[in-house]
Write a protein that binds this ligand. Structure first.
Ligand code: 5GP
Ligand code: ZN
Length: 140
């Protein structure tokens, strides 16, 4: 299951060079070409799936195992105190490569990175409305 014009499929097939760190049945991990921090790593599904919703149950269930292993190694190697696990789905969420992947970004106390947002206040009415709408989707 590959897509011919997909850059990550080409990495999986070895048609584009990468710095490969890890491989299991479902995922590989490579260094990000344009890292937010040194050690910024991508965990990429071996099969072409556009995003998390497309990943499927088996690879999905195995993702956490790969993420934990890779994150532990990245933290140890970079002597980071923390890390972000970032996984973008869709244009408006910042996804630029439409083949499932997650970012492990090692973090230190003063690293100049900022992935924060301005929190909105959430009036009770909106909380109730959202709870009702989302639980209805979960329990059709
Ligand atoms: P997204 O914004 O889709 O979540 O992240 C895509 C990531 O892929 C970016 O961080 C970008 O630097 C990385 N990237 C794009 N092309 C390549 C490539 O050819 N090789 C590697 N290793 N990373 C890439
Ligand atoms: Zn692909």
């Amino acid at each position: 299951m590959e897509k011919t014009d997909c850059i990550f499929c080409k990495i999986i097939k070895g048609e584009i060079p990468s710095h490969k760190l890890y491989e299991d049945e479902f995922f590989i991990a490579v260094l990000d070409l344009n890292p937010a921090a040194y050690g910024h790593t991508l965990i990429i599904s071996k099969s072409h799936h556009e995003n998390l919703l497309d990943l499927g149950d088996t690879a999905g269930a195995n993702f956490i195992k790969a993420a934990q292993m890779v994150a532990r190694a990245v933290i140890a190697a970079t002597e980071a105190e923390s890390f972000n696990l970032i996984q973008n789905n869709g244009n408006f969420a910042g996804q630029t490569v439409f083949h499932f992947h997650a970012h492990i970004v090692p973090r230190k106390q003063i690293d100049g990175l900022n992935f924060s947002w301005i929190a909105k206040s959430a009036p009770k009415g909106f909380m109730l409305e959202m709870t009702e709408k989302i639980t209805r989707e979960l329990n059709p």
